[in-house]
Ligand binder design. Structure first.
Ligand code: AIR
Length: 418
């Protein structure tokens, strides 16, 4: 299966008349090769066609870039807004080449892309993040070990593979444990909370060969920090987002998080150190548990993150524009908040009727302060991220209340038939 759709009549050739080269100068830059700057007008390749790719493509197009999407899905959210989309198997060398040969720089929007695909893309254009970052981010054991070795605080963990090793881990780390597959799985997929050794039979050990046991942390709150890092080693962090989850899926984010100044500085320091430790270029989202006066890395993602969606309205530069700036080696934008507070509420597929009818969006928009973002996904499924609502202003509690109310109004309200 391979097809191509063009949303614009632009040449599908590698065009980068304004690219300039600068030698990496920062001491933090780990790359020894020249880093090239891709000025507006260049072509950015995006592997993945979901909502993150869609919002990236909108930001890139606004800055004058041409975005080409490479995805294995027809009618993907990003394809609706990108200049061009190559649909093909992500492992197919011909499809990869057809995509990558027209790109000046390549990036991605989810971490479970085969590292070999990214390595092949690299033969045509700088590809950020690199195949080695992906390989690390795709395996929780490698990721956590790397951070631990870099001296960064991570939730205590051990490699496990069966009941016996899990009981040993529980005895050493303390119960309860969260047992996760080392590879793949997000939004709680492939995770089990095991309260004691008696509950050990809940895990289907044979379903995959690598598992990680993490100590279940009694945290006060969850926060995240998004860092942008350029090929020449410049870093910028966003305000800290405070996140609440429902059924393991992000529900509401608020910025800035209610954290002491000391913990805020520490979380940002750790996030930058984590980006440097695995040499991420582009974005890295670091999710933390906050417990007392301590922050601990829960997990990371080398891409834009759901908790950063509020930056579109809430910050002077959105996470998506910052992603563009980072991979193109441009000056990074200001991450200052435009207003004192910003909040975001996710819209999941549960809001659709069983027949697939969409909610009546006018209900949410009745509050003139609400911004609506929909991802254009053809099929709504329970738990699937379909869109989000954002609100900015000066009163934190009021914002959370109003954005939640706007979402509640959507429940059971389907589109008026036309
Ligand atoms: N995504 C990637 N990792 C985590 C998330 N949420 C985004 C990416 C990906 C999309 O979710 O944009 O393409 C996949 O969404 P779905 O609903 O098709 O599973």
């Amino acid at each position: 299966m391979e097809s191509r759709t063009d949303n614009a009549q632009q040449p599908a050739t590698k065009s980068n008349p304004v690219a300039t080269s600068t030698q990496a100068t920062s001491t933090q830059a780990t790359s020894t090769q020249a880093t090239s700057t891709q000025a507006p007008g260049a072509t950015i390749g995006m592997v993945g066609g979901g909502q993150l790719g869609r919002m990236f493509a909108v930001a890139a197009a606004a800055m004058g870039y041409r975005v080409v999407i490479f995805t294995d899905a027809e009618n993907s959210p990003a394809s609706h807004v990108a200049a061009q989309t190559i649909v093909g198997d992500l492992n197919d060398p011909d499809a990869i080449d057809r995509f990558a040969e027209q790109c000046d720089v390549i990036t991605l929007e989810f971490e479970n892309i085969p590292a070999s695909t990214i390595a092949r893309c690299r033969q045509f254009a700088p590809t950020y993040p690199s195949a080695s970052v992906l390989a690390t981010a795709q395996n929780r054991l490698i990721e956590k070990t790397t951070f631990r070795e870099a001296g960064l605080p991570v939730t205590p963990f051990q490699r496990v593979h069966d009941v016996k090793s899990m009981i040993a881990a529980g005895d050493e780390l303390g119960w309860p444990l969260i047992i996760k597959t080392a590879r793949s799985g997000y939004d709680g997929k492939g995770q089990h909370r095991i309260d004691s050794s008696e509950a050990a039979d809940q895990v289907d050990w044979a379903s995959t060969d690598e598992w990680i046991a993490e100590k279940c942390i009694a945290f006060d709150k969850e926060v995240s920090v998004i860092v942008a890092r350029t090929p020449d080693g410049r870093c910028e962090t966003f305000p800290i987002f405070e996140n609440t989850h429902r059924n393991h899926i992000l529900d509401i984010s608020v910025a800035p998080a209610e954290l002491s100044d000391a913990l805020s500085v520490e979380a940002r320091r750790i996030a930058v150190a984590a980006a440097e430790a695995i040499d991420v270029i582009g974005l890295l989202c670091v999710e933390f548990f906050v417990s007392g006066d301590q922050v601990m890395i829960n997990e990371v993602a080398p891409r834009p993150h759901n908790s950063g969606h509020l930056t579109i309205e809430g910050c002077e530069t959105s996470q998506f524009e910052q992603h563009v700036r980072a991979v193109c080696n441009l000056p990074l934008g200001s991450t200052e908040q435009r207003t004192q507070f910003a909040t975001m509420a996710n819209l999941l597929g549960d809001l659709w009727t069983a027949e697939g009818e969409a909610p009546n969006w006018l209900q949410a928009l009745a509050d003139s302060g609400v911004s609506l973002h929909l991802y254009g996904k053809a099929e709504a499924r329970p738990g699937r991220k379909m869109g989000h609502l954002t609100m900015t202003g000066g009163n934190r509690d009021e914002l959370v209340k109003r954005v939640s109310e706007a979402r509640t109004k959507l429940q059971g309200s389907s589109e008026p038939s036309r």
